[in-house]
Design a protein around this ligand. Structure first.
Ligand code: TRP
Length: 436
């Protein structure tokens, strides 16, 4: 069976080199493997949880979309979309919310971390915590389960969310599946490298540590300046350096071939100056990133092109999501009222077939006539001959609308075999049908 791989990026900022090495590059590489079907998306609903600045949200999702495309994502092979373009996702979120235990959400790291911080600050435990933050893992579960992903490449910090997704999926399958496994239980693909690409100071590269090397922001100049700020020891040019203790070397490795890695280490041991080492690192990264930056800038100059690509991706995603969600709605009991004919509809059909009928016709004398028969064809009323066909039609219309009230004036006679009661009932039935 084709393995589905799915991952999302929360659109609250721009991507740095660590995101590129840890998430974007491996995801693009994986999408080129045959036998995998990939889904990548901008988790912009998740962004709203963390950010209430509309302009920042707007810019970030555009920049991140452009980054993926510039980095070589082939949208003919993968499904690339914005979470917020898929209304089935929030709908599924609700179905899942209704089977998620609150106790489990209480234990979510992000929520617990926020509570602990509040307690430490002597605040109310839930101060500043929104329901969005609290329910964050359920929205993420919907992202994954909507497309029945088998593998979810994420950072270590997201591993718990995948566990929760499996739990929720299992509960839903158990409650509503009736033997059918609606949801695949996903596996987290924890990228070792993702946690490991160090920042300027040697800690994990992260916006929050302010130690990130920008990917495209600031251009080639920005990249060079950031690399110049990588912290090294103070060994002088010519002094032998220990490559294994240096995070500059770790960053170099992330872009180098095995041969380049060996050579770089050798030169450092032989006394390569840190300044020169930084220049080599810059050249290496720029060789990979530079051509992407050109594509990135071209895309950023034409947001409408990105929009078109994303809408195409959303259509592809919804072609899967919409029919699946329809099955899930069905499973929980949100069903159309068409499977069984309701009593009201059955009655209406019966009455209709039993309705009396007016028939209009022209006789050999050239005059126009009409008659009222009951459902069985027995004549109840017979008109006189009229000069105009139109007049016959108008009387029929009046008798249907006004019933017995029009009877006194109408040019009609009751058939001898019919009782007055038969006629009144027949007209009442027609009048009721007319008003229905
Ligand atoms: N929560 C993830 C993060 O912040 C982003 C994300 C949202 C995601 N939905 C997802 C990742 C589904 C993988 C699958 O990194």
């Amino acid at each position: 069976m084709v393995q589905r791989v799915l991952t999302g990026i929360t659109t609250t900022g721009t991507l740095h080199l660590g995101n590129y090495v840890g998430a974007v590059r491996p995801a693009i590489a994986a999408s080129r493997e045959s036998g995998a079907e990939s889904f990548f998306f901008m988790a912009d609903y998740h962004a709203l949880i963390k950010c209430d600045e509309p302009d920042r949200i707007e810019t970030s999702r555009l920049q991140i979309a452009a980054t993926w495309l510039a980095a070589g994502l082939d949208t003919s092979r993968v499904t690339f979309y914005r979470q917020s373009d898929i209304p089935e996702i929030p709908e599924l979120t609700w179905l899942l919310t209704c089977v998620t235990s609150k106790g489990q959400m209480n234990r979510a790291h992000a929520y617990k971390g926020a509570v602990d911080a509040n307690l430490a600050a002597g605040e109310d435990p839930d101060a500043g915590i929104t329901m969005g933050l609290y329910s964050y893992p359920i929205l993420m579960a919907a992202d994954i389960l909507m497309f029945n992903a088998h593998r979810v490449p994420v950072g270590q910090d997201q591993a718990q969310h995948i566990e929760m997704t499996r739990d929720v999926a299992q509960r839903f399958n158990h409650l509503f599946g009736q033997g059918r496994e609606f949801f695949v239980l996903p596996e987290a693909d924890i990228e070792k490298e993702m946690a490991l690409l160090p920042g300027l100071d040697g800690r994990k590269m992260s916006k929050s540590y302010d130690n990130a090397i920008p990917l495209f922001e600031g251009g080639a100049k920005g990249l060079k300046e950031a690399i110049a700020r990588i912290v090294t020891d103070s060994k002088l040019p010519g002094e032998p350096k220990d490559p294994d203790g240096s995070h500059l070397v770790t960053i170099y490795d992330a872009f180098a071939t095995p041969a380049q890695r060996a050579e770089f280490r050798q030169q450092l041991r032989e006394g390569l100056a840190w300044g020169e080492a930084k220049q080599r690192l810059y050249d290496l990264i720029e060789a990979e990133i530079g051509p992407m930056r050109v594509r990135y800038e071209a895309l950023m100059a034409h947001p409408e092109k990105i929009e078109a690509i994303l809408l195409e991706g959303a259509a592809k995603a919804r072609a899967i999501a919409a029919p699946f969600l329809a099955q899930l709605r069905e499973a929980v009991g949100l069903r159309r009222f068409t499977a069984v004919a309701p009593p009201q509809a059955a009655m209406a059909t019966k009455t209709k077939s039993a309705l009396p009928v007016f028939k209009q016709y022209r006789e050999a004398d050239g005059k126009f006539y009409f008659k009222l028969t009951d459902a069985q064809g027995r004549v109840l009323l017979q008109s006189a001959g009229l000069e105009q066909g139109k007049a016959a039609g108008q009387w029929v219309a009046r008798l249907k609308q006004e019933g017995a009230a029009a009877l006194r004036e109408a040019p009609v006679q009751r058939d001898q075999a019919a009782s007055e009661q038969d006629v009144l009932e027949a007209l009442a039935a027609l009048q009721a049908a007319e008003q229905a």
